[in-house]
Design a protein around this ligand. Structure first.
Ligand SMILES: [Zn+2]
Length: 512
């Protein structure tokens, strides 16, 4: 534990008159010069009240407390770094023991190789006197020794052992052995990073969706067909109430960014509005049903008077929202997709809507009556087709692909409002066996230029650099692709529910 230490000795402090007596009071005044603030008993006898005085001991205590709190913060930072270096040490030790084991095996194979070579020699060194006598008498001039079979045996032995050793050596080169070390080192180099804050809250039922209210003081989460409302204070969750209404698992929750109201939807194809009555009670609207299959995405415009929903029934529905009245009004349907809608996003000025299914991306534009109209569909470049989209400004959007073989995150540039150009891509951890699940929206924090991006088994914290490139700051590995999460509005906490472990992981974004 670090302790604050004052450089001056208390009995060396002297008043400005040099009376050489203990300091009793301090002039607590900006206008007084540094050397003239201390007063001893003698000074006080002739002191005229012109500035605020406080006791010397009190001033000393105030300074010590401030120093202690500064040191506590420093200590915490150093501890966080030391913990990471300690995990690096553990990893290096593990690497050392793995390497030792590999090298021991290599040595033992090589020693066996020598033994086997000797055995071939030994096997050839015995002969029969009578047989050799026969040969000597019948073919006295035949001194040729037939080495063909020995060469064959040596070849077999050498091939098999060098193959064995080669496998071991290529395992040694395998980066799996080193990647843990690299990962820890990169965490030490790059900040900000995510640190696990709490993983003690269990939930058995599926949690496919989360949302935070505008001040991040309330969180709503799906729990199968129910909605849980939580009090959220600096990463600590306390369950307030459970809202039961939906008849199928919930896939989307969307809080208003203005009031404590939200929207919910899911497998029951219905959308519901909710309005807070008091701490524990929420008033629900009627169910709004226009979709004929599960709804996978909901987006609200900035003024929160329009809602756009995308369903597995291949349709996009546009709604008028009135949070104050707790009502929705169905406006119209956009029916150009031929597969279920995975994701919807609006650009910054909200004149472009982009939607995606598993085979195409469609661009929609607002006409002069503010109605969405089909603009273009992009099907030819299948590598682009993704499961989640997010506009980071007016022209550029982030794309998460869903297929098995593309393990990239891309930034697409909208050209002439009609086409996309892939301008940046970043290779992610390769996994060509699995398809991604689309219900973990891309979370983007504009202030810090950071995003949370889920891809297959991993959740990445990615920074969009000034030059537009992408840099992975942290990655978290999970055992299945059924992971769902959300970043708070202020970007300080990330919450994840993983189906395999059936619990919440709350991460804190730390910037050092
Ligand atoms: Zn004095």
């Amino acid at each position: 534990m670090l302790q604050p230490k004052m450089i001056e000795l208390e009995n060396q402090l002297n008043c400005s008159q040099n009376h050489n007596q203990p300091i009793l009071m301090v002039k607590f005044d900006k206008k007084i010069k540094m050397g003239e603030r201390l007063l001893c008993a003698h000074c006080l006898e002739n002191f005229e009240q012109e500035s605020k005085l406080i006791g010397f001991k009190k001033a000393l205590k105030m300074i010590e407390e401030k120093q202690q709190s500064k040191l506590d913060n420093i200590q915490e930072l150093i501890k966080a770094n030391q913990e990471m270096v300690e995990s690096l040490i553990n990893q290096i030790q593990k690497l050392k023991s793995d390497l030792n084991q590999y090298l021991d095996e290599l040595l033992s194979y090589s020693i066996d190789w020598i033994k086997n070579l000797n055995n071939i020699g030994l096997a050839s060194s015995s002969y029969s006197f009578l047989d050799e006598l026969e040969l000597l008498i019948n073919n006295p001039k035949d001194n040729l020794i037939n080495l063909e079979s020995i060469i064959q045996q040596l070849k077999l032995l050498n091939n098999s052992l060098s193959a064995k050793i080669n496998i071991k050596i290529s395992n040694l080169k395998n980066q799996d052995l080193y990647s843990q070390c690299e990962k820890i080192l990169s965490n030490l180099n790059f900040f900000p990073h995510l640190k696990l804050f709490d993983d003690s809250i269990k939930q058995e039922d599926q949690c496919y969706a989360f949302s935070f209210n505008v001040s991040d003081s309330l969180m709503i989460s799906a729990s199968g067909c129910q909605i849980k409302v939580w009090d959220f204070v600096r990463g600590i969750l306390n369950e307030i109430t459970t809202l039961s209404l939906h008849t199928g698992p919930i896939t989307c929750l969307q809080f208003s960014k203005k009031n404590n109201c939200f929207l919910s939807t899911g497998f029951d194809k219905q959308i519901c509005c909710w309005n807070q009555i008091n701490d524990k009670e929420w008033k629900n609207s009627q169910f709004y049903k226009q979709h004929t299959d599960c709804i996978d995405c909901l987006i609200l415009n900035k003024s929160e008077d329009q809602l756009i929903s995308g369903g597995r029934d291949h349709s996009i529905k546009v709604w008028k929202v009135d949070f104050l009245q707790n009502q929705l009004y169905y406006l119209y349907s956009l029916d150009k997709h031929t597969n279920g809608i995975y994701s919807l996003c609006l650009n910054q000025s909200e004149n472009t809507l982009v939607s995606t299914d598993c085979f195409q991306i469609i661009i929609w534009k607002k006409d002069n009556k503010q109605k969405w109209q089909f603009e273009n569909q992009i099907t030819q470049n299948l590598q682009f087709i993704g499961s989640r989209l997010y506009f980071i400004n007016n022209q550029q959007l982030i794309l998460a692909t869903r297929n098995e073989v593309k393990n990239y995150i891309s930034i697409l540039q909208l050209e002439n409002g009609q086409q996309f150009n892939e301008i940046v891509d970043l290779k992610l951890i390769e996994n060509n066996q699995i398809r991604d699940v689309n219900l973990f929206p891309i979370c983007y924090n504009k202030e810090q230029n950071l995003m949370i991006f889920k891809h297959k088994l991993n959740v990445y914290l990615i920074k969009i650099l000034k030059d537009g490139n992408l840099e992975v700051l942290t990655e978290m590995n999970y055992s299945t692709t059924f992971i769902f999460g959300k970043l708070t509005n202020d970007g300080k906490y990330l919450i994840i529910w993983e189906e395999a472990r059936k619990k919440f992981d709350i991460y804190e974004l730390q910037i050092i």
